[in-house]
Design a protein around this ligand. Structure first.
Ligand SMILES: C[S@@+](CC[C@H](N)C(=O)[O-])C[C@H]1O[C@@H](n2cnc3c(N)ncnc32)[C@H](O)[C@@H]1O
Length: 505
């Protein structure tokens, strides 16, 4: 097979995926007592990388890294290669080919990423994917492999079956997607199961490529965590920990640290029980070679060696004096209830530093500065704060990273001539690409914002940008009074600086 027609016809929305960032994976590994290689100079392999929307921003961020993507769909691989050529980025390439037939001379990799691939390929390719991890992981390397979990998918399978059956006669992907949308409308009238109705409502708003490649793909084989762990074992690999957000951490006895190896089986059993209890649908497994030594469950002590960032807002009057549950929301709309008073102050400090990260000791100093600013007396309970912070990190309310990983040349504020970096400008100029922030998030930009970003090449001052955007908006039929136009441009510039796409100076 030299291509995948379904992905050629309906390419996957190729986005930056924060949980695949090597600095984040290294931080998760550290929580498990395992030192992964320095991402800044790492070799990174992404299997099934689509057009490289995840891999290319990583290569951009770490010019000394060496990044290789493998993609079987010719259309997607060629789109990625063309984008890289236009960007002139020397440390990344996308190989068009089958991950099950990789050239031996690819060498060893410090990070291997396979997001949305394992459950969506035939069993022989699943085996090949784990073989690639075993053969190509460097001794301290880590792999990220996501998969659909049987516990949660048991409820969703009737929906997949109905969509497959009722669109079976439609040959091409875009037409089959359109047929599936109509079937969703029928099913929402016919069915009354609340879980399925929620999923149908979600699918109606989801990207077409998600609905098609998740529900109408030839393969979608959810697996239990136990079965997945057994397959790792059979391939000389081991499960290190979960790289996805956790709603619960399995706590076994304190004796854990005394006899870790003999208890390893129980840890895995506990993970399975957790999936059953929570109805887990999707896992992001962090994997290492079988001989890697690591700690399970993760340890809060390791927080001292990490740095953190967060982009949160709260519309509540925050009480920094008392423990009381209050809501913080991230840009994806996920809401986190935070009780610990010190943690609330820490989230304020971290969100105002975004996109910069603070190491644990700086975070403590910053949270006390926030408390002082609010006139709150006393030191608070440091041990309780650590536990609260650990939970927020495991939930991904706060993202952990390694200290000193941020690109230093990014602007904290706009210079006189706003200058976005070349990757952001090319992403903005290229249909089918999203603009990625320095923290590897997709920035939600409308057409005028993409237009503005393309003009931010350092040659125009803010007044010139406002003027040119006025002409553009009028041409697009959006006539705004000059004051509102300037406000709109100011807001967009602020948003782009906050997401770290502007250069200093
Ligand atoms: C669901 S998409 C996920 C894309 C991307 N990893 C992401 O999460 O955005 C699966 C990708 O794997 C690619 N793929 C499937 N089988 C493959 C194979 N045998 N070798 C290489 N790529 C493959 C598909 O073409 C598709 O781009």
């Amino acid at each position: 097979m030299d291509t995948l027609a379904s992905y050629d016809e309906l390419p996957y929305d190729s986005l930056p995926l924060p949980e695949t960032q090597p600095d984040f994976l290294a931080a998760v590994a550290k929580l498990h007592g395992f030192d992964a290689p320095d991402p800044r100079r790492a070799r990174i392999l992404e299997l099934g990388c689509a057009q490289g929307g995840n891999l290319i921003p990583l290569a951009w961020r770490w010019p000394e890294s060496d990044c290789v993507g493998v993609e079987l769909s010719r259309v997607q691989a060629e789109a990625g290669a063309a984008f890289i050529k236009r960007l002139g980025l020397p440390n990344v390439r996308i190989v068009h080919g089958d991950l099950a037939a990789l050239p031996e001379d690819l060498g060893a990799f410090d990070y291997i990423i396979a997001h949305g691939v394992f459950s969506w390929v035939p069993p022989t390719v699943q085996q090949a994917l784990l073989d690639v991890c075993r053969r190509h992981l460097s001794p301290q390397g880590v792999a990220y492999v996501s998969f659909n979990v049987a516990a949660g998918w048991a409820t969703l399978l009737p929906l997949r079956e109905a969509l497959l059956a009722r669109t079976a006669g439609v040959a091409h992907a875009p037409q089959r997607y359109a047929a599936a949308r109509a079937v969703l409308d029928q099913l929402s009238r016919e069915w009354d199961d609340p879980v399925l109705l929620d999923e149908i409502a979600y699918l109606k708003t989801a990207a077409p490529s998600y609905l098609f490649h998740e529900y109408l793909a030839d393969c979608n084989t959810p697996m239990s965590f136990g079965e997945f762990a057994a397959q790792l074992d059979a391939h000389g690999l081991r499960y290190v920990g979960e790289a996805g957000p956790r709603r619960a951490v399995v706590e076994l006895e304190d004796a854990w640290g005394l006899i870790p190896e003999s208890m390893a089986g129980r840890w895995l059993d506990a993970e399975c029980a957790l999936d059953d209890a929570l109805g887990t649908r999707f896992r992001r497994a962090l994997i290492a070679r079988a001989d890697a030594s690591c700690a399970q469950p993760p340890k809060a002590d390791a927080l001292d060696e990490l740095a953190f960032y967060a982009d949160l807002a709260s519309d509540e009057q925050l009480d920094l004096e008392h423990d009381s549950a209050q809501g913080f929301v991230n840009p994806a709309g996920n809401k986190f209830l935070v009780e610990n008073a010190l943690a609330k102050a820490a989230l304020i400090a971290l969100s105002s530093a975004y996109p910069r990260a603070l190491c644990y000791s700086d975070l403590i100093a910053a949270l006390h500065a926030v408390r002082d600013g609010f006139g709150v007396a006393g030191e608070g309970d440091a041990a309780r704060f650590r536990q609260a912070w650990f939970s927020l990190v495991l939930m991904h309310c706060v993202m952990p990273t390694l200290p000193a990983q941020a690109a230093p040349e990014l602007a904290d504020e706009l210079g006189s001539h706003p200058h976005a970096h070349a990757l952001a400008r090319l992403q903005a100029a290229t249909p089918g690409w999203v603009v990625s922030g320095t923290r590897h998030v997709a920035i939600d930009l409308d057409a005028p914002a993409r237009e503005l970003l393309q003009r931010m090449d350092g040659s125009r001052d803010q007044a010139a940008l406002v003027m040119e955007m006025g002409t553009y908006l009028t041409g697009a039929g959006i006539a705004l009074p000059p004051e509102q136009r300037a406000q709109r441009v100011d807001f967009l510039l602020w948003q782009l600086v906050r997401q770290g796409v502007c250069m200093a100076g």
